[in-house]
Design a protein around this ligand. Structure first.
Ligand SMILES: Cc1cc2nc3c(=O)[nH]c(=O)nc-3n(C[C@H](O)[C@H](O)[C@H](O)COP(=O)(O)OP(=O)(O)OC[C@H]3O[C@@H](n4cnc5c(N)ncnc54)[C@H](O)[C@@H]3O)c2cc1C
Length: 388
């Protein structure tokens, strides 16, 4: 049975996914030990081992664009920093518009991104066809393309971080369930786990799709909703596709890995909430196959090698939840990343670490803080580009 090396930690992080491990890394680098990370599953058992590896900076709000842009810079130097190749390939992201109205929406995005220094381009049908050879001629009236977006392999990123944090003295306990916080005088003073209780000043909820469950175990009413999303990988094809392609209407997305497989997904509705196991559905397979072949007819007959699913951790306004909960000092949120936590984790984790250390966070509270859901606001900003 797992036992912990200490009975008191500076911070305990629940969840050894990309967010929890990046946060542990930032804290350890800041000299804020000792740090404990607990995860009831195995490494990469959550969303961090189930995603499409997409990393994009094309977003509708400055807040998300800036986090994503900083994260791209971090992923570009991941190999140098951690000595692990995550195969980050900046082949771009192409959003497809099927109507002039969708293209106009992407045009608004372009203006914002250009102001942020990102050289996004609006393309017509010919530009789209040049980037997606074989696309059906009527499939898009145009698109929005940013060549510095890209894709990476999630597993080496998680493994690299795991090795890095352990070499910095962080204790990572896998197979350990965090049951809930120990609270004294209305503040967190520790955490109870399936391997015993420990004392801590800060309990970080980086539990991905299960973060809402964990917050509720702490007695906190949070709006996070876990939603199941499915994804598949095909047999390999000769490389033909550089960008990640996303259809603006429904979020159909696919990219080609360096092994030649197409990896992609499409949202089919599932009952909200977590369940035992995360199965795949025949409905997803048929809907996705039809959509792909409709878009790129020459993919007809391509075999699907595997399909799997995982949870998004959705918030009502599409922004993550970062920072200390005003109702429970010591309880720090690092969750609500929807279907985009991998691409935001490097930058978001800096702010989570700052919250743990009691330092100010350079994010607008209306777009990040847990308190935004507690205090009613007349009009809230929203990040609506929750696609692909
Ligand atoms: C199909 C799919 C495709 C996606 N595609 C992309 C993409 O292209 N780009 C992108 O950026 N993002 C994508 N995402 C989202 C991304 O995977 C997640 O946002 C990200 O991995 C979340 O990381 P995390 O560390 O917060 O959570 P996770 O990786 O889910 O880790 C949370 C961990 O917490 C553990 N845990 C939960 N509760 C407890 C508890 N009580 N005690 C102990 N441990 C607990 C779990 O076992 C889990 O390992 C996708 C997600 C899915 C499902």
């Amino acid at each position: 049975m797992t036992t912990f090396a200490r009975d008191r930690y500076r911070a305990v992080i629940v969840g050894a996914g990309i967010v929890g491990l990046f946060t542990a890394y930032r804290l350890a680098r800041a000299g804020a030990g000792p740090i404990l990370v607990v995860d009831r599953g195995f490494l990469s058992s959550g969303g961090s081992g189930r995603n499409g590896g997409g990393v994009r900076q094309q977003w509708e709000t400055r807040a998300t664009v800036r986090l994503a842009r900083e994260s791209v810079r971090d992923y570009r130097q991941f190999g140098r920093e951690f000595g692990v190749n995550i195969w980050f390939r900046q082949g771009g992201y192409l959003f497809l518009a099927e109507s002039p109205a969708e293209l106009a929406r992407l045009g608004t995005l372009r203006d914002l991104l250009r102001e942020e220094g990102l050289n996004v381009r609006l393309l017509g049908p010919d530009g789209v066809a040049a980037l997606v050879p074989g696309i059906a001629p009527e499939a898009a009236v145009g698109g929005s393309y940013l060549d510095s977006d890209g894709t990476l392999y999630p597993f080496p990123a998680v493994w690299g971080l795991y090795e890095a944090v352990r070499s910095l003295g962080v204790e990572v306990a896998l197979g350990v369930d965090a049951i809930g916080p120990t609270v004294r005088d209305a503040a967190v003073v520790g955490v109870a786990t399936s391997a015993g209780s420990v004392a801590t000043d800060a309990l970080v909820n980086a539990a991905g799709g299960w973060s809402g469950d964990f917050s509720r175990r702490a007695g906190l009413d949070v709006p996070n909703v876990a939603t199941r999303h499915e994804i598949l990988a095909t047999e390999p094809m000769k490389p033909f596709l550089d960008p990640m392609v996303v259809r603006a209407r429904d979020g159909l997305y696919f990219s080609q890995t360096m092994r030649g497989e197409l990896v992609g997904g499409l949202t089919v509705p599932h009952a909200p909430g977590t369940a035992r196991g995360v199965p795949s559905s025949a409905r997803f397979l048929t809907t996705m196959a039809r959509a792909l072949v409709e878009l790129v007819p020459r993919l007809r007959g391509l075999g699907v090698l595997r399909a799997w699913s995982g949870y998004y951790d959705d918030t009502p306004d599409g922004f993550p939840v970062i920072g200390t909960d005003p109702r429970l000092p010591g309880f720090v949120h690092a969750n609500g990343f929807g279907g985009h936590g991998f691409m935001l984790a490097p930058a978001a984790s800096r702010r989570v670490a700052a919250a743990v250390l009691g330092e100010p966070i350079d994010l607008d509270p209306a777009e990040s803080s847990p308190g935004r859901f507690v205090v009613g606001a007349a009009r809230r900003p929203t990040e609506r580009l929750q696609l692909g």
